[in-house]
Design a protein around this ligand. Structure first.
Ligand code: B12
Length: 429
């Protein structure tokens, strides 16, 4: 906030009206209820389920999970070090799971910083080198003419730069340059950058600008941050979300670090806060990854605060929620269709009301000839194959409410209504 304050003072002195994005406090009971969703996930300690984003979100929030929190970090360290550096923990725990991706390694480094530690020592240096190598490989994949695309995504590319930045690790200008170019031109070869992606890029740029790590690019960074702010503000929906309800947390993390010389930022943020509040009250936030991106916002924090985190700030101890299982025996019918396979699949599936789309898929697999496969991710189970068709490179199984509305949630979180038709469609991204 120091730089921001100085800048505002300067603008005030020049007679300009600067505008900032503030999120007034939200009812602490609502915030606690969100935090409680994280607790059961903190007891899942295998690499498949460990989620550094949960730890980061909690440390930047107004909540804490007591001893669970330290134990979680301990397990993150053991598992990430083992899987990235190939250090065996012990023979029982040896697993042959895939190594963490660039983005997962970046989130792990953010988690370390959220505990006010810097990566150090031999192991720390190796992790940093690994992340730098990932970024260099991605830079090559994008290519000198910017015609290619990262093997992961620009979102993970941004996360990687941000993680190195909060650890004060310098990156070659050309690495940041690729992300700058993508934001400046908004045209990776296919499709435009999503609000989540530009927000993540903006957080990385803000960190680089504040840390003064890429001095030669200072002016370009400032302009790109401005472009990101404008893009996000333009994406505000009539209800107030930036992009959609689930991109609003990251968008706000970025805007909260912004100032603008005109009076529109503050109003837009207040509108977004009202929209978020309504969505929280409707129970829209179930996914732990999204909750971990939202909690910092509700505490006035963002990932950029990991440059110098405050590990002494008082936080309220979370108590586990008391579960009240719903008793409904009512059955609903959901039409499941997959037109892109031969022969096309189409069946009405009967499930108890309140079932998730994943429950529908399971029932369809049990009772009809439907088959599917998933891969676990930090956002939950990701649908990777349907009726034997695996996703190829840069393709994904899109979830839609027929005829053409993409779902805003994954198979584990989306709760279909009676009579609804769900389509699974293999598309390019
Ligand atoms: C990039 C991205 C995609 C890419 C992923 C491909 C790739 N190689 O990167 C594509 C375009 C394919 C995609 C697809 C979908 N996405 Co998406 N995606 C993202 C984004 C921008 C970044 C994810 C990431 O890299 N995270 C960092 C890495 C380190 O974490 P990770 O867990 O290892 O990453 C993997 C998973 O995130 C997975 N993934 C991507 N999206 C989704 C969505 C769900 C629900 C699940 C379970 C997994 C998943 O792909 C990543 C790469 O392997 C996030 C934004 C955000 N705020 O998180 C949205 C986001 C996670 N996606 C979202 C959604 C809704 C979807 C879809 C369900 C859309 C649809 N209607 O079909 C589909 C998934 C369908 C399925 N098959 O299960 C929402 C989830 C909201 C929520 N309530 O949880 C987000 C938050 C975007 C948004 N604001 O709406 N996505």
């Amino acid at each position: 906030m120091g730089h921001l304050g100085a800048l505002l003072f300067l603008l005030g002195g020049l007679g300009a009206l600067a505008d900032i994005c503030e999120i007034p406090e939200v009812d602490s009971k609502l915030v606690e209820r969100l935090g409680q969703h994280l607790l059961p996930w903190m007891d899942r300690l295998s690499l498949e389920y460990l989620n550094p984003s949960i730890y980061v979100g909690l440390r930047l929030s107004s909540l804490q999970a007591g001893a669970r929190e330290a134990f979680y970090l301990h397990n993150l360290k053991l598992n990430y070090q083992e899987s990235v550096l190939g250090l065996p923990i012990n023979d029982d725990n040896r697993n042959n799971q895939a190594k963490p991706s660039m983005g997962q390694l970046a989130l792990y480094l953010l988690a370390i910083r959220a505990n006010c530690e810097f990566v150090r020592g031999d192991k720390g240096n190796k992790l940093v080198s690994q992340l730098k190598r990932f970024l260099e490989d991605e830079k090559r994949a994008i290519g000198s003419n910017h015609r290619g695309h990262p093997r992961t995504s620009y979102y993970q590319y941004g996360l990687g730069i941000l993680a190195l930045c909060v650890h004060q690790k310098r990156l070659h200008d050309s690495v940041a340059g690729k992300l700058l170019y993508a934001v400046e031109h908004d045209h990776p070869p296919r499709g435009r950058l999503s609000v989540d992606t530009v927000a993540m890029a903006g957080l990385a740029f803000t960190c680089l600008e504040r840390s003064n790590l890429n001095r030669n690019q200072g002016h370009r960074l400032t302009l790109a941050i401005r472009t990101v702010q404008e893009k996000i503000l333009k994406a505000q929906t009539p209800e107030g979300h930036f992009g959609n309800v689930y991109s609003t947390p990251l968008a706000l993390q970025l805007l909260m670090n912004s100032f603008m010389p005109e009076k529109k930022l503050g109003t837009a943020c207040l509108k977004a806060r009202a929209a978020l509040l309504a969505s929280m009250q409707d129970g829209a936030f179930k996914n732990v990854l999204i909750i971990s991106q939202l909690l910092p916002v509700l505490n006035g924090k963002s990932y950029v605060d990991l440059i110098s985190p405050d590990c002494e700030a008082p936080r309220v101890l979370l108590q586990p929620a008391v579960e009240t299982p719903s008793q409904t025996q009512e059955l609903i019918s959901v039409m499941l269709k997959v037109p892109s396979v031969l022969p096309p699949y189409r069946h009405a599936i009967s499930v108890p009301a309140g079932s998730s789309l994943e429950d529908v898929l399971k029932k369809a697999q049990e009772l009809t000839g439907f088959t599917y496969g998933t891969q676990n991710s930090l956002s939950g189970p990701y649908l990777t194959s349907v009726m034997g068709r695996e996703v190829g490179e840069r393709k994904f199984w899109q979830l839609l409410q027929a005829p053409d509305t993409p779902l805003l949630e994954g198979i584990a979180d989306y709760i279909p209504k009676d009579g609804e038709t769900i389509e699974l469609r293999l598309v390019s991204w």
